[in-house]
Design a protein. Structure first.
Length: 54
């Protein structure tokens, strides 16, 4: 859990409480999306305006 919270706090600048309140599924979903956006930015692509909420 600490690794997940640290990763998200670094990229999103959310508080510990906000991140700790997320359930595991939600936290891993946000991690996946942050990682995807970072990969696109590192490849020189523009991230999508919004992702599919499912």
């Amino acid at each position: 859990m600490w690794e997940e919270i640290t990763y998200l706090a670094y990229y999103l600048h959310w508080s510990f409480g906000e991140l700790a309140d997320l359930d595991h599924h939600s936290r891993t979903r946000v991690i996946t999306e942050v990682g995807r956006v970072n990969e696109q930015l590192n490849a020189g692509d523009s991230p999508p305006a919004r992702s599919d909420p499912t």
